[in-house]
Ligand binder design. Structure first.
Ligand SMILES: Cc1ncc(C[n+]2csc(CCOP(=O)(O)OP(=O)(O)O)c2C)c(N)n1
Length: 351
């Protein structure tokens, strides 16, 4: 890759108050997400990933850009990722080796092999394990954000929700509750055009998901979800607004799910030209790289060096855990149910 000139004083100012180092850090998270998911795909094809594999290909920009707007470190903001928000977990500090162990159900994985992808939490780092039922994390996160408000903690919650999940009752109940209680919550609604095999025109009759939020009195914006810096800037505004006591904010990101629902899904219902267009013309990582280099904020060789380091990091993490054991079969029920049982067995279980 030919190297371009170093940043000059004529370069346009970097937007959103970001520094050059932060631009590079955002790039690292984008690359880490993509490379880690590519590695997981290879492991899935070797039958080393035990459960399903859900990719965020083409959506990494909105996960990374939004999570990057949160406060990390001691007493962090809390985010609630979905299966397609691996990038947001990495930004909050999830380690690639923990993700690899989790997908391979290793004994040393965060859930010790009890769960097979990203349904695990680390409250010190600032992410929850999701409830799989679509929409349910909206009321859960509204409740968590309410605790921040009641305790007077300057913390914010951020919850991701898919376009399909906005059709559930809990989405509407949770959103209304959050609006009425004015909780410090940011909702990132991912309009990625497919909910399993259901397209938007069979899912809802509104044009933008933001209209649903406005109906509950919540300020809402719709933006290009594959423009990493635009997502960062809009989320940062929403986060600071929530932190200063102004309540919920809704950010709709228009993006595209470039893989099937999970690796087993061959996407036969998706027009091939549509997939090709998003891959060639609207890839969030390609667009980010192009902008950084064209604006002369960074040099291509710096990005290449990050690519190389990320590849080594993922190789080392894979090598370190590939041969690790699965949990012993006899341990399977430990840590799943309360011990001793929190409530007596239901009468019909003794029949
Ligand atoms: C209440 C409920 N209904 C159905 C499902 C099964 N399901 C899991 S993911 C999914 C599609 C989700 O689509 P969307 O919310 O748009 O998110 P995306 O997969 O596009 O990121 C479905 C139907 C579920 N988990 N919960």
């Amino acid at each position: 890759m030919p190297s371009r000139a170093a940043p000059t004083t004529q370069s346009p100012p970097i937007p959103a108050g970001l520094t050059r180092d932060q631009l590079l850090e955002i790039y690292r998270y984008l690359r880490l997400t993509r490379t880690l998911e590519e590695r997981l795909t290879a492991l899935y094809r070797q039958s080393k990933v035990i459960g399903g594999l859900f990719r965020s290909l083409g959506q990494e920009g909105e996960s990374v850009g939004s999570a990057y707007a949160l406060a990390r470190g001691p007493n962090p903001d809390i985010l609630s990722p979905l299966i397609r928000n691996l990038g947001s977990m990495l930004v909050m500090g999830a380690e690639p080796i923990a993700i690899l162990r989790q997908y391979m159900a290793k004994a040393e994985s965060p859930t010790r092999g009890r769960e097979l992808n990203v349904h695990f939490n680390d409250l010190d780092k600032g992410y929850l394990g999701q409830i799989s039922h679509l929409g349910d994390m909206i009321p859960v996160m509204a409740g968590i954000a309410l605790t921040f408000k009641l305790r007077g903690e300057p913390r914010v919650g951020l919850v991701y929700v898919g376009d399909g999940a906005t059709s559930t009752g809990t989405f509407h109940e949770g959103l209304n509750f959050a609006a009425v209680q004015k909780v410090p919550l940011v909702v990132i609604a991912e309009y990625n055009r497919w909910a399993y095999s259901t397209p938007p025109e069979k899912q809802f009759a509104v044009k933008d998901l933001a209209e649903k939020a406005k109906a509950y009195g919540i300020p809402a914006v719709t933006l290009d979800g594959n423009d990493v810096l635009a997502v960062y800037e809009a989320t940062r505004f929403a986060v600071e607004r929530a932190r200063s006591g102004h309540g919920v904010h809704f950010v709709e990101v228009k993006t595209y799910r470039r893989k099937g629902h999970a690796e087993h899904d061959d996407q036969h219902y998706v027009p091939k030209e549509e997939l090709d267009w998003w891959a060639k013309e609207n890839d969030p990582v390609d667009r980010y790289v192009k902008r950084l280099v064209q604006e002369e904020w960074v040099e291509e060789r710096e990005l290449k060096a990050i690519d190389d380091r990320v590849r080594v990091e993922i190789d080392q993490a894979t090598d370190a855990c590939a041969g690790e054991p699965l949990p012993p079969g006899e341990s399977a029920l430990g840590g799943v149910y309360a011990d001793p049982a929190a409530a007596p067995r239901h009468w019909y279980r003794s029949l």
